[in-house]
Ligand binder design. Structure first.
Ligand SMILES: NC(=O)c1ccc[n+]([C@@H]2O[C@H](COP(=O)([O-])OP(=O)(O)OC[C@H]3O[C@@H](n4cnc5c(N)ncnc54)[C@H](OP(=O)(O)O)[C@@H]3O)[C@@H](O)[C@H]2O)c1
Length: 225
């Protein structure tokens, strides 16, 4: 890849927030490497944008190596791909542990694994990491114990990484509720069309991508201009 151009990896970019961000970064001249499990949907969604599509599952070590091979040294890693878990979400008393393992594997372990893999290049580029969090990481909503605790762990990984890697900017970003597939899974059968579209959150994310804000946890509505 061209070393003069900024390079980003965005996971989970075939729809929702990841797609909106990948499109906007490409429009701004970034080289973007994007993934999602459904390769056809990924390629269709990003057709004509110049984004390099690397289909696969973030929990698969071989797929993560493919991302590294495609991207090389990166300026930005956005860990966005996520699993909600069962829908409707079960109470913790009956939460199937195999499902919980999968939620943690996607939402917590895979982001750290990708960080570990891309860290040497991120250090060379004095880059940035944005881990997409959720209000469910901090609020004790009933039924959100699986997804919420996976995001709480991701938040703490993010905070500690920021302390351990002071030459990087390391952010957790809570986008707030959005009208997406994941949100619909969380509220099955409900009309969620009143939630904002993911595109409306991208300007706040870009302030983390392009600004000089200190490492930390930010909510979409509270990212300083
Ligand atoms: N929507 C909300 O209200 C809301 C609120 C707070 C936080 N968030 C967070 O915001 C982020 C984006 O969510 P969203 O609502 O935009 O989700 P979404 O519309 O459901 O999109 C999720 C994306 O991730 C991909 N993905 C899922 N599992 C994957 C895996 N194992 N490996 C690779 N790609 C995978 C999906 O494609 P495939 O299915 O083809 O893999 C898709 O491209 C997530 O981190 C979510 O937790 C969302």
């Amino acid at each position: 890849m061209d070393t003069d151009t900024k390079t980003a990896v965005v996971t989970g970019a075939s729809r929702g927030l990841g797609l909106a961000l990948a499109r906007e970064l490409a429009k701004r001249g970034w080289q973007v490497v994007a993934d999602a499990r459904d390769g056809d949907r990924l390629r269709d969604a990003l057709a004509g944008t110049g984004v390099r599509c690397v289909p696969g599952d973030v929990t698969d070590p071989g797929h993560r190596e493919e991302i590294l091979a495609a991207a090389g040294d990166v300026d930005l890693l956005v860990n966005n791909a996520s699993a909600l878990g069962p829908s409707p979400q079960p109470a913790l008393a009956a939460y199937p542990l195999a499902e919980l393992q999968r939620v943690y594997a996607v939402n917590t372990l895979a982001p750290l694994a990708l960080i570990q893999l891309l860290l040497p290049g991120l250090r060379r580029r004095h880059g940035r990491i944005i881990d997409i969090s959720s209000d469910a990481a901090v609020e004790p909503y009933e039924g959100w114990g699986g997804y919420g605790s996976s995001k709480a762990a991701l938040d703490q990984l993010t905070a500690i990484l920021a302390a351990e890697e002071p030459q990087l900017r390391v952010y957790a970003f809570d986008p707030g509720g959005m009208n997406t597939d994941l949100h619909q899974q969380a509220f099955p059968g409900e009309d969620i069309s009143d939630r904002p579209d993911p595109e409306t959150v991208v300007p706040a994310l870009l302030r983390l991508v392009e600004g000089e804000l200190a490492s930390g946890r930010y909510q979409a509505a509270g990212v300083p201009a």
